[in-house]
Design a protein around this ligand. Sequence first.
Ligand code: SF4
Ligand code: FES
Length: 252
Amino acid sequence: MGNMKLTLKVWRQNGPNDKGRMETYPVNDVSEDMSFLEMLDVLNDQLVREGKDPIAFDHDCREGICGMCSLFINGEAHGPGRGITTCQLHMRKFKDGDTIYVEPWRSAAFPVIKDLATNRSAFDRIQAAGGFVSVNTSGNLVDGNAVPIPKDDADKAFDAATCIGCGACVATCPNGSAMLFTAAKVSQLSLLPQGKPEAKRRALAMVEQMDKEGFGNCSNTGACEVECPKGISLEHIARLNRDYLAATVTKE
Ligand code: SF4
Ligand code: FES
């Protein structure tokens, strides 16, 4: 198959206080083997050569691990396809002559820094509020592998731990809720014996921080699970709700 000609409609915004607007760019010579981010690199080369401002967008690992890439493409978080991040999306998902709309994550809690790059430090603050195990690191540690853990619990904790903190769940939720992210971060610890002693304090602190950051309530639509590149299950939200309820009724 020959190379494609595309029309890109890209959100441009100079900073958090700028109103922002869609701009149109033709991109020629796009190979179906390029990743979506490589296609944006081609467009940025073109803009730089024309003396124009390149488009700001987040990326780091470009292999589905770091959670930095974060584009809303044709109205879908991480674009068409399931179980992939934007950096794993390839141009073979599109066809010659297509018009593609590219926008940043839209959430009051993720303000736009510039163009397609948003500030997702709210997630870091939720994590810092309780997403850890208080461990004595003085040298008297018990080897984690010496603690027997039921296989089912270990598997569920591992599944929760695959959350890469990309924020697609927030961008997809009609209420901009961070419940799937927070639930994954709570579950990966509270399912394990090492994380249980602090489970109540953790659930209260992380939910409280989530509310402070301005994320909305869970919309119960399940859209977050559908668009999550790591397939984080809604089951974790149910677990967080149980942990949170137990923590509020026994709060001292
Ligand atoms: S739950 Fe899924 S969509 Fe949300 S931050 Fe984690 S990996 Fe991304
Ligand atoms: S750039 Fe790291 S997950 Fe996409």
